[in-house]
Design a binder for this molecule. Structure first.
Ligand code: PMV
Length: 335
């Protein structure tokens, strides 16, 4: 048996980091996807292959227990460990959930850079959980998959909001507020042109490292950082009305404030700031870093200035690429 699923990447329109502390966020699925194929093996090994993740023909021995694996390609360990942790944990979470195991070949392909603030770790987690669950003979139930995808991220990172795993599962654009075991979610229709450009720069830190830095900043200055998180939550509420009213100019102004608040948390970098300011000078209605930060991507809202903003991002040292928002969520491609 062999099954392929695909899941979208995402951009956080507003609210990253604060969402980890229970504040709402606005997030949208983008038109770049990750494809995960799971194929049953006759033995109990898990073999992971991905040219994009530099995981070519890597075989893992899982004979002792699922979490306890050995590399056959030991020398490439540090390069491959990060995405691999999500894949293996996703398999472990699904196995425990259904109390079943199977050896599998897992093949992963990505249409976007990995670890760039576009939710690829959530996409890998959700895609692997979904494909492996189907391999074990279970129907793909979106709520179940989103829950297991989130459990995977929490287990690997120590801290994670349900935002990324929810958007890659359900797709579209969501207002999301973590609450108890299931987050509060509202599907948002975007009534007017929200054409945006992303600017990419190499990431210097992983999501886990940045999340730990923010937690440390909050522990050092709980009141000040608490107020910054409250402010981000408030501007997400404002932005939700702007998007519903079809007011991109006011939405863009809120993106600019959100970027300043993220910078004050210490998660932006000079390379990100250069792209953010260059986009605004080129006529973007608003621009901000998107995702965990420490490098990665910026998002510039620029319905009438796509060419100008793309050029400005390139001149600022980044790599521009267009995205469309509100793309479909988890999809079975073939089985
Ligand atoms: O950079 P990414 O794509 O891993 O996004 C992380 C988003 C955060 O809000 C910073 C963390 C989270 O769990 O919501």
């Amino acid at each position: 048996m062999r099954i392929t699923v695909s899941v979208p990447g995402k951009v956080t329109l507003l609210g990253e980091h604060a969402v980890v502390y229970g504040k709402p966020a606005l997030v949208s699925a983008i038109n770049r996807r990750i494809y995960v194929t799971a194929e049953r093996r006759s033995d109990s090994s898990i073999k992971v292959s991905s040219p994009d993740l530099k995981l070519q023909g890597l075989t893992l021995k899982i004979n002792r227990s699922l979490g306890d694996f050995e590399f056959e390609a030991g020398e490439r360990k540090s390069q491959i460990l990060e995405p691999l942790r999500y894949i293996l944990k996703a398999i472990e979470v699904a196995s425990e959930n259904y109390d079943k195991k199977s050896g599998a070949n897992i093949f992963i392909q990505s249409e976007m850079p990995i670890g760039a603030g576009l939710g690829t770790s959530a996409a890998i987690s959700v895609g692997t959980v979904a494909a492996y669950s189907a391999l074990l003979g279970h129907d793909i139930v979106l709520d179940e998959i989103a829950r297991m995808g989130h459990a995977t991220e929490v287990a690997v990172q120590g801290i994670a909001s349900p935002m990324d795993t929810a958007i890659t599962t359900y797709g579209g654009t969501l207002y999301i507020k973590p609450e108890g075991t299931k987050p509060l979610m509202e599907r948002i229709e975007i009534p007017c042109d929200f054409t945006s450009v992303l600017g990419y720069t190499q990431r210097e830190e992983t999501t886990s490292q940045i999340l730990k830095k923010v937690r440390a900043a909050k522990d050092r200055n709980p009141e000040v950082v608490g107020l910054i998180m409250d402010a981000i939550g408030l501007l997400v509420e404002e932005a939700r009305s702007c998007i519903k009213k079809g007011d991109p100019a006011s939405f863009g102004a809120l993106m600019n404030i959100n970027h300043g608040l993220l910078d004050s948390l210490g998660v932006s970098t000079k390379a990100l700031n250069d792209m953010v300011y260059a986009s605004r000078s080129a006529g973007a209605l608003g621009s901000k870093m998107t995702g965990a930060g420490g490098g990665g991507c910026i998002l510039a809202l620029c319905p009438d200035r796509v060419k100008e903003v793309s050029l400005a991002i390139r001149l600022a040292g980044g790599m521009p690429f267009d995205v469309s928002l509100s793309s479909p969520g988890l999809r079975v491609e073939n089985s």
